[in-house]
Design a protein around this ligand. Structure first.
Ligand SMILES: [Zn+2]
Ligand SMILES: [Zn+2]
Length: 228
């Protein structure tokens, strides 16, 4: 005889006594990692349920992946607090929730006055089977043609509105922070004359294509699977 499954109760919210916080559907939570020493997992609570007596609470979660857990691995343009909303769902005991956190949109993350421990951002959805991202392309900036990493300072040319890394325009982050006005070498003719011999023709057509973008999720060098 198969065991009879007890009916479970669906809850809109649930008080986690061990952290004295209430979780609701849609909340982002930190969950204890099964591997010691690894950072907490981040997940979005999709549903909360208990058994008929109101105990043994468990949550249906949708995992966020860190860049290093993705098939393509962490890339230069990935921010330290970047997460990908995966298509990987699980049931977890509510006891494994260590705390709540905030997963911001990319634009609201870049507008934060200060980034706390519990602040993350997400700009991609991630297919954990194929390694594909949605969107599959991301705009690139600067001479180095890299997508924007919100951890890296960039300066904007007041004329063409293109963004540049200080190191890519031959200055330091400290110097760049002091700039009141910045014109890139293509927009500042005086600069151009001085550096005439050094300017490369490679850069001159870069600006023409304003919809430059990079295809993401192309490299496949490792595969990390989440256990549990
Ligand atoms: Zn650059
Ligand atoms: Zn410019």
């Amino acid at each position: 005889m198969p065991k009879q499954k007890a009916p479970r109760k669906q809850l809109k919210s649930y008080k986690l006594k061990h952290i004295n916080r209430t979780v609701q559907e849609g909340d982002a939570v930190l969950m204890r990692s099964s591997e010691p020493g690894k950072p907490s997992y981040v997940a979005r609570v999709e549903a909360i349920e208990t058994d008929a007596r109101g105990s043994n609470a468990r949550v249906r979660v949708r995992w966020y992946y860190r860049p290093e857990e993705s098939i393509g691995g962490r890339r230069q343009f990935h921010g330290a607090k970047e997460l990908f909303l995966s298509d990987h769902y699980d049931f977890q005991s509510a006891d494994t929730i260590e705390g709540k956190c905030k997963v911001h949109s990319f634009s609201s993350y870049t507008k934060l006055d200060s980034v706390g421990n519990d602040d993350f951002f997400c700009r991609f959805e991630y297919n954990s089977t194929t390694g594909a991202f949605i969107p599959d392309r991301v705009a690139v900036f600067c001479k180095c043609e890299m997508p924007y990493n919100p951890d890296d300072l960039m300066v904007q040319c007041e004329d063409c509105s293109e963004w540049f890394h200080p190191s890519c325009i031959g200055t330091s982050i400290e110097e760049a922070k002091k700039l009141d006005h910045f014109y890139c070498e293509e927009c500042s003719p005086e600069e151009h004359e001085f550096h005439n011999s050094k300017t490369t023709s490679k850069n001159s057509d870069a600006k023409v294509n304003t919809k430059r973008s990079l295809e993401v999720g192309k490299t496949r060098n490792k595969h990390t699977k989440r256990s549990g």
